[in-house]
Design a protein around this ligand. Structure first.
Ligand code: 5AD
Length: 354
């Protein structure tokens, strides 16, 4: 096997065997990465031209009932200054975002029992009433199918729920027993069936992760064909059991962004905050590797610092007009432009298939 031949094959067929994915991951080097990025950018441009979509991220609560070993806001971390936004806070973040040009709002939070279906549906409805031209994305973890259905019926368009790893044993090393890969996958299937645009994803370089695990993630993405896929490097947080593990690699993350673009050319692929945190211009590197989404933070400044999933989380963002202008300039320098609009996934034109 040879990585360049495999990347060519992936470019043509959008599919490789598990062993072939494993080979790509385990034999990754700079020159393969450069080649993968060239192919990925070519594919992305065919569908999305040089557009980058922006999403306004609103962190609505850092209260979480779960105790994931990697996450800084896990329930047993007593050093977190916990917060939750109320409806007014959330709507005013949307107002600010709308006037800056954001047309997607992503409400992300820990699994906070306060946000019942009733409360959440009311918030979603109010946003959609006020901004019918905007998409609402939710990222609130595992809920029941009935709950997802209610959120969808109240107007939510998209749901992000990273699968974290497609390997059961690895999943058990990252999470307490109360959380299972089986349930996570069931949630993703339920969300898709209900009609959400669905996002999955995983961390690169999470503790105990092997090349085979990543190969399984890639095979899962190939089969599931998520509308969105969030991948970013693992970054240790000092108050978690994983505090002494090292961070994931920025360059391997970028390589995987390219590979995912080749597997699923239409996917909406963010250059994540974690990528920007580990490296200056990390997000630009992500775009140049095949990503086409950035998610600046619209949360109020005082709460933003408290939403610390990992240490030193990048918190500059484009939440102000100045910030957004800086992002526009950075993207312009690498040949990309922000597209104002909901930025839905571009589905295959039926005529293309004829
Ligand atoms: N490093 C990087 N990413 C993390 N996440 C949680 N904790 C960390 C960490 N320490 C990611 C998870 C989660 C998403 C919201 O953030 O993949 O799904």
């Amino acid at each position: 096997m040879n990585s360049i031949t495999l990347l060519d094959k992936l470019f043509e067929n959008k599919s490789l065997s598990l062993d072939e994915y494993k080979f790509l991951v385990e034999n990754y080097d700079k020159s393969n990465a450069r080649y993968a990025a060239t192919l990925a950018v070519k594919r992305r441009k065919e569908i999305y031209s040089n557009s980058v979509f922006i999403r306004g991220l609103i962190e609505i609560s850092n209260i979480c009932k779960n105790d994931c070993y990697y996450c800084g806001i896990r329930c047993s971390n007593k050093n977190v200054d916990r917060f939750r936004l109320n409806k007014e806070d959330i709507l005013s973040s949307c107002d600010k975002g709308y006037s800056l040009g954001f047309r997607t709002f992503v409400m992300q939070g820990g699994e906070d029992p306060y946000f019942t279906d009733e409360i959440m549906c009311d918030i979603v409805k109010s946003i959609k009433e006020k901004y019918p031209d905007c998409a609402v994305t939710l990222s609130l973890g595992e809920r029941s199918k009935e709950s997802y259905q209610k959120l969808f019926d109240s107007g939510a368009d998209r749901y992000l729920l990273r699968h974290e790893t497609a390997d059961c044993e690895h999943y058990a090393k990252l999470h307490p027993e109360s959380l299972t890969l089986e349930n996570r996958m069931q949630c993703l299937k339920d969300l898709r069936k209900i009609g959400f645009q669905v996002g999955c994803g995983f961390m690169v370089g999470s503790p105990y992760q092997t090349g085979e695990h990543i190969a399984k993630d890639l095979k899962f993405i190939e089969n599931f064909k998520p509308d969105m896929c969030g991948i970013g490097p693992f970054i240790p947080h000092k108050d978690t059991p994983f505090k002494d593990f090292s961070s994931g690699s920025v360059s391997l993350t970028c390589y995987l962004l390219s590979v995912i673009r080749l597997i699923h050319p239409r996917v909406l692929l963010p250059a994540t905050t974690a990528l920007g945190t580990l490296m200056d211009k990390g997000r630009e590197m992500g775009i140049l590797s095949g990503a086409n989404v950035v998610m600046p933070n619209l949360s109020p400044e005082d709460t933003r610092k408290k939403y610390e999933l990992y240490n030193n989380k990048l918190s500059t963002g484009a939440e102000s007009a100045n910030g957004l202008e800086a992002l526009r300039k950075n993207l312009d320098e690498i040949g990309y432009e922000i597209e104002i609009g909901r930025g839905d996934i571009r589905k295959e034109d039926i005529y293309e298939q004829l």
